[in-house]
Design a binder for this molecule. Sequence first.
Ligand SMILES: C[S@@+](CC[C@H](N)C(=O)[O-])C[C@H]1O[C@@H](n2cnc3c(N)ncnc32)[C@H](O)[C@@H]1O
Length: 426
Amino acid sequence: MNDGTESKFLSYLDESRRSFKNGDYINSLIQLEKSFDFANQKKEKEMIKLRILLRELVGDYVRALEDIKNYDISDKVVECVLLAWTGEYKRIQDYILSAIDGSNFNEIDLSKFMGLAGRRIDLLINNIDLEKTPPYDPIDEIENPECVVEHLLALNKCDLLRDIENKIIDSYPKKMVIDKLERYNSLDTLPKEHFDLFKDLTYVNGWLSIDEAWTLFYFSQQVPSKQKIVEIGAWKGKSTISLARGSLSGSKPKVHSIDIHEGLEGISGPTLNTFKDNLKSRYLLNNVEIHKDYSTVVGRSWEEGPIGLLFIDASHEYKDVLNDYLSWKEHLGEESFVLFHDANMKGPNKLIREKILNDSDMEPIGYMDSLFVFKKNTNSRDPSRDDFWDIFLSDREYAYEHWIDSQNNKIRKDIEKIFKDLESDL
Ligand SMILES: C[S@@+](CC[C@H](N)C(=O)[O-])C[C@H]1O[C@@H](n2cnc3c(N)ncnc32)[C@H](O)[C@@H]1O
């Protein structure tokens, strides 16, 4: 480098590092961008890695993924984290399968992909003893061998599963995997519809786990024909398809899907076209009424009669999720179900714990991954379990926040290291 190029590079890089230290990640990114014009080509890869991590930190996942693609950065773990944030689980699953199929079987990476590709079964519906369920911790989830098993099963890769059984058992808790394999060895223990639903959802992006999707299906199946199913927050339709499929295999109540479809910052652009295509290709358009609007607006003018199932998965800010609930509460029919997604996140968690658990009309029914289920007017609510649910949800929120903090700490450390390396190389 010559004629001040290097000093310009250093000054932008230094400004970027200082902003980063002060927690101003956006400015750190802006300054980093400026330094690119003066950077030595040899440093390009490191600079891109830095940009990917900063983009991840500020939630600009789409552009971080573009960097990985455009510059052929082959950090599969970072890529899978970003794919999980953008709801592209299918691509993670493909990596899992190629990691298993290929000769470069890497157990650590594999378990990380698996952890991201599917959240573990945490179904507390009906006959599973709540107290005996181990405490949930998303950190464990990342290393969770159950995910390996679940996903291979869901993908119908039982032979592959048996092939890798020994490899998994060498390094992971043996009993858990064997139990699981035994449970699934006879595949008819799971209803055929479970596999059909999984297949149907494989190419639809979104954050719903297979078991959450199955839970939506299961409860929609029970809604009487005269009541309606209402979904707030559809994005590309993963939950809509699950609700509509459940409805069709039950009494066929109409599904009303509400979403502004303007996209999610850093994650996607407008979603209406993809959403419609996903329904159309599955012949579900006749069963779903689409409302491209704010949930509160549709709620105010609702004249379609009582609701048998309300699914809430829109904004997770407390005030928004509270407004969603309040605008629809009065339309709930007798013995209707209310399901909240991401109940481990601050907003929905606070609403459930502070408002709904205190409402004696609402009975907590169960929890699947991050999906919390209530039933209205059952007259069978057991007050002695109220504390249990409060602690249960508080644990989950804590674990989730802790997981986010530790992820962000790791990213920050990686960023610091790259800043140091870049500067010391000069
Ligand atoms: C997390 S996504 C929904 C994911 C979806 N349930 C699935 O299974 O993939 C949240 C969606 O809520 C929508 N949204 C946010 N606030 C809204 C509001 N007030 N009214 C309607 N939709 C809203 C966003 O447009 C976004 O598509």
